[in-house]
Design a protein around this ligand. Structure first.
Ligand code: ATP
Ligand code: MG
Ligand code: MG
Length: 289
């Protein structure tokens, strides 16, 4: 986690921002409660379309491209602005976090990779097959797919990337948080067992689900590697927004997704809504009957 604080634009409120996960150095705090994220054209296209879509209230407002030190940035609202030292969680949505295009690229050059073998063994010495062990290498496609099964990505359609509570260090040790119970325990820690906060999140997630089911943007995009950002503060304010469209890809005109049908290579389904269903179900189970 990095924290940044700038001179206040409005006298009373210093701009606060912290980054839960993601590439460090890609962000700057902008003026007037905005955030600058290193420019990515695909992400810009998504934000431009989202500003015209029914999903607009569920994403940070987009303000165009700005330059700083010869680098372009997408300028968007800093979602932390309306909270008082909020707790923040990043949940990466979907049942896979690589694009079909990335899988195809990896398949075109099927080289056995020793570095990926080493990473695999470091996490789980039992994971490689006999053949992989003999070669001391795994294919990139195999590594990509194995990695998704470690966390809840494959089994629940989302995973916790990390969270931050004021006065605590960042919690990012969720790479092997997989079962419903483990996910629930992590959420419970994040909200400090406060059912009022859980109610707030559930209400918002159910609204989001309704809008997603009708959204033209959502139907026409493969939404991969995108997160839901959860925010709450000691006043009991809660909010959830969709962020990170760096890997979200527009579909060809004849194709649309329901985001619940299981993925088979070629159908481009991403499991986003299936993951949201599971998330809503898990949070519902945190409330008293
Ligand atoms: P990765 O692709 O590795 O997930 P990234 O570089 O694409 O990361 P994001 O996922 O967009 O970056 O953002 C990283 C973190 O920055 C988020 O987890 C969140 O904590 C913070 N962040 C991003 N966008 C906003 C925003 N609009 N308002 C407040 N915080 C934000
Ligand atoms: Mg991200
Ligand atoms: Mg990203």
């Amino acid at each position: 986690c990095g924290t940044t604080s700038l001179l206040p634009m409005t006298p009373k409120k210093p701009q606060q921002w912290l980054q839960v996960v993601g590439h460090a150095g890609s962000f700057h705090v902008g003026d007037y409660g905005t955030l600058l994220k290193r420019f990515c054209e695909g992400e810009q296209q998504c934000y431009l379309r989202l500003m015209e879509d029914t999903l607009k209230p569920f994403v940070p407002a987009y303000h165009g491209v700005v330059q700083r030190d010869e680098q372009d940035y997408n300028m968007m609202d800093n979602l932390l602005t309306n909270f008082n030292t909020p707790a923040v969680m990043d949940c990466k949505m979907g049942s896979r976090t690589y694009l079909e295009r990335e899988l195809l690229l990896a398949k075109e050059r099927p080289q056995p990779r020793n570095d990926m073998y080493e990473k695999m063994v470091a996490v789980d010495p039992e994971a490689p097959t006999v053949q992989e062990r003999t070669q001391q290498a795994v294919l990139k496609t195999r590594y990509m797919q194995w990695r998704e099964t470690l966390s809840s990505t494959t089994s629940l359609g989302f995973r916790i990337e990390g969270f931050w509570k004021s006065n605590e260090e960042c919690h990012t040790n969720f790479k092997r948080t997989k079962s419903r119970d483990q996910v629930m325990a992590a959420f419970n820690n994040f909200v400090e067992s406060n059912t009022h906060i859980v109610w707030g999140y559930l209400r918002r997630l159910k609204e989001l689900r309704q809008v997603l089911e009708e959204s033209v943007f959502f139907r026409t995009h493969e939404v991969v590697g995108s997160s839901l950002l959860f925010l709450h503060d000691w006043k009991g304010r809660t909010g959830v927004w969709m962020i990170d469209f760096g890997k979200t890809a527009a579909l060809p005109a004849h194709l649309s997704l329901d985001h619940r049908t299981p993925w088979v290579e070629g159908n481009r389904e991403d499991g986003y809504l299936w993951g949201l269903d599971n998330l809503i179900d898990i949070l519902s189970n945190m409330l008293p009957l």
